[in-house]
Design a protein around this ligand. Sequence first.
Ligand SMILES: Nc1nc2c(c(=O)[nH]1)N[C@H]1C(S)=C(S)[C@@H](COP(=O)(O)O)O[C@H]1N2
Ligand SMILES: [Mo]
Length: 313
Amino acid sequence: MSVYRPPRIPASEITPENCFLNRRAFIATAAGGMLAATAAPAFASTLKASESRYTVDEKLTPEKDVTTYNNFYEFGLGKGDPAANSANFKPTPWTVKVDGLVGKPKEFGLEELLAMPLEDRVYRMRCVEAWSMVIPWVGFPLAALLDKVEPLGDAKYVAFETVVRREQMPGQAGYFQSLPWPYVEGLRLDEARNPLTLLSVGVYGKTLPNQNGAPIRLVVPWKYGFKGIKSIVKITLTDKQPPSTWNISAPNEYGFYANVNPKVDHPRWSQATENRIGEGGFFGANRRPTLPFNGYAEEVASLYSGMDLRANF
Ligand SMILES: Nc1nc2c(c(=O)[nH]1)N[C@H]1C(S)=C(S)[C@@H](COP(=O)(O)O)O[C@H]1N2
Ligand SMILES: [Mo]
């Protein structure tokens, strides 16, 4: 199990800046300095990627690509739009309301979320558009947050919602409405509780850039990237399968489950192979095979036993 462990190595001896970070600095920056005065050693360290079982031994996608090749339609449709158009977005202050079928509904302030036991994890990320990255996230398991609100017995699903801010998100205000807002997503409760399911607050050891979903976004590495909803303001436990934005927009192309599956092609392209961003692999031999469940079958295949995986798109 991947749990918080106290630091073993003195801060002075650590760590490549590109992978890890000083927790105190992280918190201070993230909460706009709010916690600087009280920064306690509670999060002075974390489970490092090198100590985590939730890490893949693959070359990291360069930070430049992770932060400039994005999908975040609230800021525009082009891959460079989110980085170019999100400078005015204000990720602090921020709250996430967790409600619905829970014993203890609660609105969490960002400081409280950043004080969860943070971990460094390296995950593959596979977009439904057949490109992929290897990304070093900072975050905590969604299950840890769910535990705090005590889901009731009849809760079967978790619904997520992105913020709506027309004045700060030009893609929400444009004449051509690309998607219905807010962007919404959902998971089955057992998927949400799987140890791999992460709420991310940072990438490459820094607070999330706006274009990556600041200040907090979902990461579900065995599913196509669109399940990883960004800039979350609301999480609702429910007994019905929640709507998801891409499924509403094109139900024959994007399913609720959206598990990465090389055997189920998108109606307009193959999902058998992928282009690893930064490796020049858009064509032919440079493409790499896509793995069932994006390589996480051992951890998650059992969630779908009895389901027809080919229909389970
Ligand atoms: N709110 C919101 N979340 C979103 C999206 C979006 O357009 N809006 N795009 C999704 C898609 S299609 C992908 S592939 C990932 C991309 O995450 P990244 O830009 O951090 O790599 O975010 C997902 N989350
Ligand atoms: Mo995507």
